[in-house]
Design a protein around this ligand. Structure first.
Ligand code: FES
Ligand SMILES: [Fe+2]
Length: 461
C-alpha cells in the first residue's frame, strides 16, 4: 500500500460536483491495519470524561486503537494515563472497566503499582538475584505520550508529535461547550453502560451518526410508535422525541465541517419543549446567553473523529467506538445528563434514552443491521464506488453561514436547508482527515534515502 493507492480511494472533486469513496476503504484488511497505526494510534483519541474518575485512586480502562490504557487519578488528584500492560511480562494489570484502587496488583507474578503507575513492589524481589543494574531500571507503568483535557473531556495520543489538544480541537470545542454548559456544574455519565458489537467497519458508525438521510427509512418502527402515542392509540403517553415534527417548515437543518474530521449535524427542534433540558431554559439564557441556550435545545450530533460521538437527538448519548477488525466494531454507550437536573427531567431523559438508543432500544438495532447489510453488500466487488456523498452539494458553501456566525464558529464548509435535503457532504471532512492521516503516516514510515559512501569510507567504518 502506498500513498498514491490511498489517494486513489477518495475521489474528492467537489468543484466538479463529485465526491466518492472506494469500497476498499471499508473492506480491505491492509487499510484497516494502516488506520489503526496512523489514525487511532497517530492522532488525538477521545478517552472519556474526567467525571468517570472523580476521586483519588479512581480509574477506568479503555483503548487507544488496539492498545489497552488505564486512566487513573493518583493520590494527589492528578489524572494520568498509562499503557495497561505490566512491565514484567505484559499482562493486563487493571481488569475491570472502572473502580477505586490505591494499588493495582498484576495477577500474573504479583508486581504491584500505585495509582500514579509507579512500581511499589516486585514480589520476592530480594531473593531474585537480578543482574546488576536491573534495580536501577524504570519499572513503572508507561505513560502515554500525550494526555490532555478540554473541559473534562479527556483525550490521549500515542503520537508525541500531535498538535496541542486545544489547537487540534479547534471549533469543535464549541460543540463540547454546548454539552458541558447544560448545567452550571457540568454533565455526568449516568450509571450503567451498554456495550455491543456489529459485524461491520467502524466508519459506518462514524457516518451514520451524522446521516440525516437514513432516519425515516431505517427507523420507521420508532416513528410509527411515536405516532400511535400521539394519536392516543397507545396507552404510553410519555413525552416522546417526535422526529416527525422535524419536517416542519421552520425546522431548518444544517451541517458544519471542521478540520481534523470533526463535524456537527444540527437541526432546529420544533419539539424542544419535550426535551428534559427545557426546564432550564431560563437559567441557561441568563448564564450562556439566548443563542447558546437555543442551540442546546437544537438537535446536534457531534463527531469527535475518530472514535467518539455525542448524539443529542433523543436524549443525549455518548458513543465510543473501538474497531476490532475491518468488519467488526465494538460500541460502548452512555446516557449523558446535566448535573443537578430535576428528578422529573432525569426520569424523562432516561425514558427517552432507552426508547431510542441501546442494543435494546428502537433505533440502535436498526442501525447495526444496516451496517452489517452494507458490509455484506461490499462483497459485491463489481461495484467499487459509493454514490452516497453528494446529496446536498447544491447547498454546500465554503466557510460558514448566519447560524455558524451566531454561534461563533468558523467551519471549513457548511450546508443549511430544509429537512428533506438530508445533506451528505458532512462526510467529506471525515475522509479528508482519513486520507491526510494515512498518507502522513506512510510518509513518516518511508525509509530515508541513505547517501552512498565511497567504498574506501565504507571499509573504514
Ligand atoms: S506479567 Fe505482571 S508480574 Fe509478571
Ligand atoms: Fe439511526
Amino acid at each position: 500500500m502506498d500513498a498514491e493507492r490511498l489517494r486513489s480511494l477518495v475521489d474528492d472533486r467537489v468543484a466538479e460536483g463529485a465526491f466518492s469513496v472506494h469500497r476498499d476503504v471499508f473492506r480491505d484488511p491492509e487499510i484497516f491495519e494502516l488506520e489503526m497505526k496512523h489514525i487511532f494510534e497517530g492522532t488525538w483519541v477521545f478517552l472519556g470524561l474526567d467525571s468517570q474518575a472523580p476521586s483519588p485512586h479512581d480509574f477506568f480502562t479503555t483503548f487507544i486503537g488496539r492498545q489497552p490504557v488505564v486512566v487513573s487519578r493518583d493520590r494527589a488528584g492528578t489524572l494520568r494515563c498509562f499503557v495497561n500492560s505490566c512491565r514484567h511480562r505484559g499482562s493486563i494489570v487493571c481488569h475491570t472497566q472502572r473502580g477505586n484502587r490505591k494499588v493495582h496488583t498484576c495477577p500474573y507474578h504479583g508486581w504491584v503499582y500505585d495509582s500514579a503507575g509507579r512500581l511499589l513492589d516486585m514480589k520476592d524481589g530480594r531473593q531474585a538475584r537480578y543482574p546488576e543494574g536491573f534495580a536501577g531500571q524504570d519499572h513503572d507503568l508507561v505513560a502515554i505520550p500525550r494526555f490532555g483535557s478540554y473541559r473534562g473531556f479527556l483525550f490521549g495520543s500515542l503520537n508525541p508529535a500531535v498538535a496541542p489538544l486545544h489547537e487540534h480541537l479547534g471549533d469543535a470545542r464549541t460543540g463540547i461547550d454546548l454539552v458541558v454548559d447544560q448545567s452550571p456544574e457540568g454533565v455526568e455519565l449516568l450509571r450503567g453502560t451498554h456495550s455491543y458489537t456489529f459485524n461491520a467497519n467502524w466508519k459506518l458508525q462514524i457516518e451514520n451518526c451524522v446521516d440525516a438521510y437514513h432516519l425515516t427509512s431505517t427507523h420507521p418502527s420508532y416513528i410509527e410508535i411515536v405516532n400511535r402515542r400521539k394519536s392516543g392509540e397507545s396507552a404510553n403517553q410519555m413525552a416522546s422525541v417526535d422526529f416527525g415534527r422535524y419536517k416542519d417548515e421552520q425546522a431548518v437543518r444544517g451541517s458544519f465541517c471542521f478540520d481534523h474530521g470533526y463535524n456537527i449535524l444540527w437541526g432546529v427542534n420544533p419539539a424542544f419543549r419535550a426535551r428534559p433540558l427545557h426546564e432550564s431554559l431560563g437559567e441557561l439564557r441568563e448564564r450562556v446567553g439566548e443563542v447558546r441556550a437555543r442551540w442546546m435545545l437544537y438537535m446536534r450530533n457531534l463527531t469527535l473523529f475518530p472514535n467518539a460521538q455525542f448524539a443529542e437527538n433523543a436524549s443525549l448519548q455518548l458513543r465510543v467506538l473501538r474497531p476490532l477488525a475491518v468488519d467488526k466494531t465494538e460500541m460502548t454507550t452512555w446516557c449523558v445528563a446535566p448535573r443537578g437536573e430535576s428528578a422529573a427531567a432525569r426520569s424523562l431523559r432516561i425514558r427517552q434514552y432507552e426508547d431510542f438508543f441501546n442494543a435494546s432500544g428502537l433505533a440502535t438495532p436498526d442501525d447495526s443491521v444496516s451496517f452489517e447489510d452494507c458490509q455484506a453488500g461490499y462483497q459485491g466487488r463489481l461495484v467499487d464506488w459509493q454514490q452516497g456523498y453528494v446529496r446536498g452539494m447544491g447547498l454546500l458553501k465554503a466557510g460558514g453561514n448566519a447560524y455558524s456566525e451566531e454561534l461563533g464558529v468558523t467551519p471549513r464548509t457548511s450546508v443549511c436547508g430544509p429537512f428533506d435535503v438530508q445533506d451528505e457532504t458532512i462526510f467529506h471532512s471525515l475522509y479528508r482527515e482519513w486520507l491526510h492521516l494515512l498518507t502522513r503516516g506512510l510518509a513518516a514510515m518511508a525509509p530515508q534515502a541513505v547517501p552512498m559512501l565511497p567504498m574506501a569510507a565504507r571499509g573504514a567504518r
